[in-house]
Design a binder for this molecule. Structure first.
Ligand code: GLN
Length: 306
């Protein structure tokens, strides 16, 4: 059963009381300015149907959701060994910006969806793409058919101005020989990717390839192979929500990726891609009301990959 717009609206109203119980990310000052009461949801079916409610058309900072897009660009440009010799495939059980395992594990990040792993992926892209920022813009614009998608320069700058921790992570990996480029240009690329501005509708459309065997919305283009789409979904299910991945799998039951802008994308392979947005976060840095909305929707329409 496809949800009606009324069902989506009802779900948003049910989770709205959670607003006030989480915290908007404050360590990136530009993100703190986003109103905490934004709430939106969009579902994109593989047949192209889009159902949405609330602030689903309003662009926001996608933050770490971009880590799934940068991994996809890496899969398009590198062979598997070139990627997986430099970053692992295991859940970290640690905060997204943790460094603790990195020193113990010789500068090899646990997975591509924590900051360390995404920085390695950006380092790979920096080495092989002539204009990695422009390439990402073209990629996402094409994925969701929206040429207006752009970087929020104020957010990218705010992150660069508060980049000590990500810089430390990158330098530590460089000290272990797991970083080929100068740190600063790679950080610039990484922060721009995080500063992509997209709406729930854009995100649900963009991520449909993971619901549709690696094919773009409308099946016009192969983004990744069917096998690679399954592999990315497996990593999303185990690592996409950091130390909240188990909780998310338990409650929502779908591969997902969150960002500290309060967005979450989720995938039901073979059927649909979803996106929610509510800026207040839980202690793991995942949207509090967004997770609850996905949990209710999964329950109401009877979906889980498990
Ligand atoms: N840009 C953020 C950072 O690097 C992304 C973190 C996130 O969304 N979890 O800290």
């Amino acid at each position: 059963m496809k949800p009606s717009p009324e069902l989506l609206k009802d779900i948003l109203e049910e989770v709205r009381p959670l607003i006030g119980q989480g915290r908007v990310a404050s360590y990136i000052p530009a993100l703190e300015e986003v109103p905490a009461d934004k709430l939106g949801i969009a579902v994109c079916y593989n047949d192209g149907d889009i159902i949405s409610a609330g602030d689903a058309d309003e662009p926001f900072s996608i933050q770490s959701i971009s880590k799934a897009l940068s991994l996809t660009l890496a899969l398009q440009n590198y062979g598997p060994m070139e990627i997986w010799s430099r970053v692992g495939k295991e859940p970290s059980g640690q905060a997204f910006n943790s460094m603790i395992q990195l020193e113990m594990e010789q500068g090899i990040p646990r997975n591509p969806f924590i900051n360390a792993g995404a920085l390695v992926v950006c380092d790979l892209l920096q080495s092989r793409l002539s204009a990695p920022r422009q390439r990402m813009l073209e990629f996402v614009r094409e994925l969701c058919g929206n040429n207006h998608i752009c970087y929020d320069k104020a957010v990218a700058k705010s992150e660069m101005d508060h980049s000590d921790r990500n810089a430390a992570i990158a330098y530590l990996m460089r000290s272990f020989g797991n970083f080929d480029n100068e740190v600063m240009p790679v950080l610039q690329t990484y922060f721009h990717y995080c500063a992509l501005k997209m709406s729930c509708v854009d995100l649900a459309k963009a991520f449909n390839y993971l619901a549709n065997k690696g094919l773009s919305l409308g099946a016009e283009k192969t983004i990744v192979s069917h096998t690679q789409s399954k592999q990315v979904n497996a990593l999303l299910a185990t690592c996409g929500l950091y130390d909240g991945a188990g909780e998310f799998a338990y409650r929502v039951g779908m591969p997902g990726k969150s960002g500290v802008g309060g967005g979450i994308v989720a995938v039901v392979p073979g059927e649909m891609s979803l996106a929610v947005w509510s800026p207040e976060l839980d202690p793991s840095g995942n949207s509090l009301a967004g997770t609850a909305a996905l949990e209710l929707l999964a329950e109401r329409i009877g979906r889980s990959i498990f």
